[in-house]
Design a protein around this ligand. Structure first.
Ligand code: ADP
Length: 190
């Protein structure tokens, strides 16, 4: 199985690259942000519990996020592999994911970090806001999301670096060139 974590701050281009990667490698894409937004839209119990957190750019508690993620993996028993996008965002989530994959006789193959500086992130999300209509793309919410990333999420990187699974890719440049570099890293890890 080819299990890839796509890692990077809000606005790094994870969604864009994930959709190209799933076509190329026939993987199942699991974006925890997309899943939460779907629950909110459909007004499920879970959606009602997490709406305020998402609206304010605050991370959803680990237990809720991990349960939702595992449920999604289990729904795809025939998958050739997964692209995890926006997950794990904390070390506890990374540990839970490893444990869960081991229980399925699998593991994370590679973590691809899209590296983009803060000024570029803010510029991109201001652009995206014009079309996304996402409440959390507002300037002040965005600051909170970037803050959550640098406070909590970056700590996941050393966790994977220690396992020699981390590959950093420059996330600024032409989309297809970034994609080619991601593919190169995946092919080398296969
Ligand atoms: P971004 O563009 O900020 O990376 P996402 O769509 O990945 O956006 O996530 C949107 C929001 O969903 C986050 O700000 C957070 O509230 C929630 N969320 C998504 N994934 C996770 C996760 N793994 N753990 C906790 N909260 C999450």
């Amino acid at each position: 199985m080819l299990n890839i974590v796509l890692f990077g701050p809000p606005g790094a281009g994870k969604g864009t690259q994930a959709s190209k990667l799933i076509d190329e490698y026939q993987l199942v894409h699991i974006s925890t942000g997309d899943l939460f937004r779907m629950h909110i839209k459909e007004q499920t119990d879970l959606g009602k519990r997490v709406k305020e957190l998402l609206d304010n750019g605050i991370l959803v508690p680990d237990s809720i996020t991990i349960d939702m993620l595992e449920e999604e993996v289990v729904k795809n028993p025939d998958a050739k592999g997964f692209i995890f996008d926006g997950f794990p965002r904390t070390v506890a989530q990374a540990e839970a994911l490893d444990k869960f994959l081991v229980s399925k006789g699998s593991a994370i193959s590679l973590v691809l970090q899209l590296d983009v500086n803060e000024d570029e992130l803010k510029r991109r999300i201001a652009e995206r806001k014009k079309v996304s209509g996402r409440a959390d793309d507002d300037e002040e919410k965005l600051v909170k999301r970037i803050d959550e990333y640098f406070q909590k999420t970056v700590h996941v990187l050393p966790y994977y670096a220690e396992q020699s699974k981390l590959k950093v890719v420059n996330g600024i440049g032409v989309i297809d060139e970034i994609f080619a570099e991601l593919c190169g890293a995946i092919d080398a890890a296969k």
